[in-house]
Design a protein around this ligand. Structure first.
Ligand SMILES: NC(=O)c1ccc[n+]([C@@H]2O[C@H](COP(=O)([O-])OP(=O)(O)OC[C@H]3O[C@@H](n4cnc5c(N)ncnc54)[C@H](OP(=O)(O)O)[C@@H]3O)[C@@H](O)[C@H]2O)c1
Length: 240
């Protein structure tokens, strides 16, 4: 019986991951803010217990996670996305909200959790494939996830000597409440169950980087190798 802690487990990818790990016999600590959705999740599988806290509240994080011990796997998945709709009126409050939820709060979670990960255990950071290339209106979300990529990669370096492993998960578009708000085409959109299965498989294999779906990632990587001007022209053409 492995103990798996998952943040952002009240909906979307985190919820699908919680169910998948529970179905595979793990004890799951499902975290989130929405008590009602967490309670429903716990009722659906006896292996799931829940913790209710706001990851952006440092004291709440440290206090709530304080008693938790001996974690085999922590999946830091909670996150949010908001777009900067008009860069000429740059919304610094939005920028602060997104960076706080996706990056600063991860620092609070690491403070609370690193010492509780078992030797040989793993921390997984859910970033995004957005960090391959600059996308319009994604200043806040992209910057937060780019920061998360760097954080995860440096954590991997320094945790190695403590025999704690790190995985960086970079999904493409996944159908969840977060993307249901999007008003643009989402190529290669997959279900949260498909995304959870891909993440689960990568984590079981102990992969350092887990990216999906494959075709979408291949295209992003390809454009990433080309001169910036080509991507900028494509984005400019799409904007008109
Ligand atoms: N969907 C995609 O296409 C996609 C692509 C790439 C990466 N991702 C990443 O995948 C992760 C999960 O996203 P999702 O698509 O599954 O979105 P989602 O369905 O909106 O789920 C987000 C989860 O994060 C939790 N959360 C947000 N802010 C929180 C806070 N301040 N404190 C505690 N929990 C908080 C939410 O909990 P409550 O509702 O209980 O507050 C919810 O459980 C995010 O990090 C996202 O950036 C998603």
């Amino acid at each position: 019986m492995k103990k798996v802690l998952i943040t952002g487990a009240s909906s979307g990818l985190g919820k699908s991951l919680a169910l998948l790990y529970a179905e595979n016999g793990c004890t799951v600590i499902a975290c989130g803010r929405n008590q009602q959705r967490l309670a429903e999740l716990a009722r659906s599988n006896g292996n799931i217990r829940t913790l209710n806290f706001d990851i952006t509240d440092q004291q709440d994080v440290l206090h709530t996670l304080g008693p938790i011990e001996d974690i085999d796997l922590a999946i830091l998945n909670a996150g949010d996305c908001e777009y900067i709709d008009d860069v000429t009126r740059f919304d610094s409050s939005l920028f602060q909200r997104v960076i706080t939820t996706n990056l600063i709060a991860t620092g609070y979670l690491l403070q609370a959790l690193v010492s509780k990960i078992k030797t040989g255990g793993r921390i997984a950071f859910v970033s995004s494939s957005v960090t391959y290339l600059p996308f319009p209106r994604a200043q806040a979300y992209g910057a937060s996830k780019a920061g998360l990529d760097y954080l995860a990669k440096t954590m991997a370096l320094d945790l190695k000597k403590h025999d704690i492993h790190v995985s960086l998960i970079r999904p493409g578009f996944v159908k969840t409440p977060l993307t249901d708000k999007n008003d643009f085409d989402m190529p290669f959109l997959i279900s949260s169950e498909q995304a959870a299965a891909a993440a689960f498989k990568g984590l079981q294999k102990g992969k350092a980087t887990i990216e999906f779906p494959g075709k979408f990632i291949f295209i992003l990587k390809l454009f990433n190798t080309l001169p910036d001007i080509i991507w900028r022209k494509i984005m400019a053409r799409n904007a008109t």
